[in-house]
Every structure is written in C-alpha cells, then in structure tokens.
Design a protein around this ligand. Structure first.
Ligand code: SAH
Ligand code: SF4
Length: 400
C-alpha cells in the first residue's frame, strides 16, 4: 500500500511537470513514505532521514506515512530540517500541501494515468483495519477500515486497463472484508465487476483474512479464471494458543479448511503466507507447531518475521534475541526447502503466463517465469507455457 501511495504522489508531481531525481542531493523535494509495522522499518526510515542532514538546506523534506503517524510532530525536535510531518491517517493532505508549496494550481500538463504504463498495477480498495490483532500497530496508525467507493474503484481500474494494465492487485489490510455501505457492494461484487473488464486478465488481492472467506467466494473462484491462482493467506502461527493470544479469530483447523477449499476448487492454487516467530509466550512447543503447520500446508513461500513489540505496555518479547534469531533461521531453512520442492513439482505442468516484458512474465499461480526460445511474445498477453526447468526461483518453460 505504501508503494501504491508513493506511486500516486509521484504521478501527481510528474503530472505537474516535475522531474524525478535519482539522487537526494539534486532534489528540491524529498518525500519519505514510512512504515512502522516493525521497529526495523521505522529505524530504516529514521536513519535515512538522519543521512539527509548534510544536504537538507533549501530542500522541502516531507516525512509521511505510518511512522510519521506514530511519532508525530515531535520528530521535528530531532530532525529540525523536516518541513512537514504527515501521518498515514491524513495522507491526503500531502496533495493540498504540495499544491500550495509549489504553486501548482494551473499547470497540470497530463493526466496521471498516462504517465505510468505498466502491465501490473495496484488498486487500493480500502484503508485502515477493523481487526485488533494484538501485535499489530496498523489499526492505530491507519485507523478504522475505510472502503474506497465501489464505482471509483471500477472507474480507476477501467482507466488503468485502457492504459495497458492487465494485472490488477487489489489492496486492503483485510481486502476480502470489503463492503461499500452505500451501494452494499462487497468484495465478491468487485471481483465479478472487474472480471467484466476485457483488458484485465488477472485479478490478485492482498491480503485476504482467513475469517472473511465464504462459499460465495469459493464458487466464484472455481469458475472465474481471472481470479489469481496465487493466494496470499497470512497464518501468523501454527499454535492455537498463540493464535488466540494474537486475536486472529481462527484456529489452525479453520485455517486449513480455507486452504483445503481453495485447493479443492483449483488444485493448481499456490498459497503463500506470513509467519511471526517469537511472539509473546511462544514456547518451543508452539514454535514446533508452526513448523508442523508449514510442513503440512506446504506454502509456496512464507514471509517470516521476527516478532517486534510495538507497544510499550503489552506483549513484550519473552525469549532471548538469540533464541528469536535461532527460531527465525530454522523456519527460513524449512520454508526454503518446501518452496523449492513445490517449484520442482511444477516441471512438466502447463502454466498460464502473463508477459511483463520480452520473454519474462508471471504465472497466474504467482511464479516468475522465463520463456525459452521465445519469438514475438506480446507484452500483456497470456501464453500457455510448459514448464521445463527451475533456476533461481524462476520457472523456465516453452510456449505451447
Ligand atoms: N493486514 C495484513 C497484515 C499487514 S502487516 C494481514 O492481517 O494479513 C504484514 C505482516 O507483518 C503481518 O501479516 C505480520 O506477519 C507482520 N507483522 C505485523 N505486526 C508485526 C510485529 N509487531 N512484529 C512482527 N511482524 C509483524
Ligand atoms: Fe494488523 Fe492485519 Fe490484524 Fe489488521 S488484520 S490488525 S492489519 S495484522
């Protein structure tokens, strides 16, 4: 979502004729769009901010996003060269401020969509989150779930499609809980409506929450092949005790039911997930349950995060950093092994590949894919490809 927001701001400035600079040194404006989901992300943003000190004279420096929301104006005490602090909850303010600061009012030179012609693009469908996962700072810094109106989403995607986008990635913290109260349109209605746009070939979404899957979705998934066959489904832990403490709202059994249903609907489905290791009170036994779950479910990829406490007064780390590192490493090794096995299982199978450029693209199941001996592949088209090999996390195959 930060990537999408950054792109929107960038496109906004480009549309007024501003130029993107590679180096901060030569820039008049620097906008730092920040994340704070883990302390590490915030530390990176602050260290970058610190590095600007020497070159900050006569520059407009914007510190925006989730870390800006968490730290607030007081961050200016430490970094007085910041011009504006704009938190994630009021991110829209940046457009107004930029317009005023840069006297942009009458100089719009192009519309934003023609600036970025790409095959794949994001579409934010809701901001914020109504869940209350105990470890997570997102609801605090982004606020309650706020859906983008249904018609606006469809209109935006149609424009993107006209400009060459073929794969759309719907974004929301719990993307499948989407409901536009005014029109009563839900996530499933969005999927159906977007599917009617001819140019859009693949609809992906990040991240669905296990509790918001229902039979209506599975039915649509079975018959609608524009819906991505790669589903990112965050599990977080394989231990029911930890899941309960995290307030995720499901047990491991319930999670597995969603996975089974997806695979029953389409056995080619590839599922990825997020895991947090070392959350408060995670014992060796709980961790082993996570390992068992990832072995059983067989995720194509797992994004493994070391638990990073975000609140001073609750849910602290209860294992040593050494133990945290160890569990993280054990998990990573296991994840890599399984991911590799699953990739090799795709050899000999036929995959649909959306071409991004030249002979490279992405399978509908979410793997990078290179076409061997390709001739005249058209960017944005889908080809059936027989997979022959695996190298560096990429599938290699021939178009058939
Ligand atoms: N809304 C998404 C997650 C957004 S945050 C969802 O619920 O799936 C992305 C990922 O960051 C989460 O899935 C979780 O695995 C991780 N994460 C969130 N808070 C964290 C924390 N305090 N420490 C470590 N990882 C965290
Ligand atoms: Fe955070 Fe995702 Fe839970 Fe919302 S659903 S509180 S964003 S982890």
């Amino acid at each position: 979502m930060n990537e999408d927001d950054s792109n929107s701001i960038k496109n906004f400035l480009l549309s007024y004729g501003l130029k993107e600079e590679e180096s901060e040194k030569n820039s008049d404006i620097i906008i730092i769009n920040t994340c704070t989901v883990r302390q590490h992300a915030e530390d990176k943003a602050l260290s970058f901010l610190g590095s600007l000190k020497k070159i900050s004279t006569n520059k407009k420096i914007f510190f925006i996003g989730c870390a800006a929301e968490r730290l607030g104006e007081k961050i200016k005490n430490k970094f007085p060269y910041i011009s504006y602090v704009i938190g994630a909850k009021s991110y829209q303010k940046i457009y107004e401020i930029l317009r005023n600061e840069l006297y942009l009012s009458d100089h719009l030179i192009q519309n934003t969509f023609s600036l970025n012609s790409k095959i794949s693009d994001y579409q934010t469908i809701s901001r914020g989150c109504n869940m209350k996962c105990s470890y997570c700072i997102v609801p605090d810094v982004r606020g309650m779930e706020l859906p983008v109106p249904f018609e606006k989403i469809i209109g935006d995607i149609k424009k993107k499609a006209k400009n060459g986008v073929r794969e759309i990635i719907l974004l929301g913290q719990t993307v499948n809980s989407y409901i536009d109260k005014q029109s009563s349109k839900k996530f499933i209605d969005l999927l159906k409506e977007i599917s009617k746009i001819d140019e859009i070939k693949i609809i992906r979404f990040l991240s669905p929450h296990p509790v918001f899957f229902n039979d209506e979705f599975f039915e649509e998934y079975k018959k609608n092949h524009k819906i991505s066959r790669w589903i990112h489904l965050p599990l977080q832990s394989g231990s029911d005790k930890i899941l309960k403490k995290m307030r995720r709202g499901y047990t491991i059994e319930k999670f597995k039911k969603v996975v089974d249903e997806l695979r029953r609907s389409d056995p080619t489905t590839s599922i990825t997930t997020d895991i947090i290791v070392g959350y408060t009170d995670e014992t060796e036994e709980d961790f082993n349950l996570t390992l068992a779950a990832i072995r059983e479910i067989k995720f194509s990829m797992v994004y493994c995060f070391k638990y990073s406490p975000r609140f001073k007064d609750k849910d602290q780390l209860t294992i040593t950093n050494k133990e945290l590192e160890k569990r993280h490493q054990v998990l990573l090794n296991e994840v890599k092994k399984i991911a590799k096995e699953l990739m090799y299982e795709r050899i000999g199978k036929t995959e649909e590949v959306l071409i991004y450029s030249k002979n490279k693209g992405i399978t509908i199941s979410g793997y990078n894919c290179c076409i061997i001996d390709c001739k005249n592949m058209k960017e944005g088209d889908i080809y059936k490809v027989k997979i022959e090999n695996v190298k560096n996390n990429t599938l290699y195959g021939r178009a058939i």
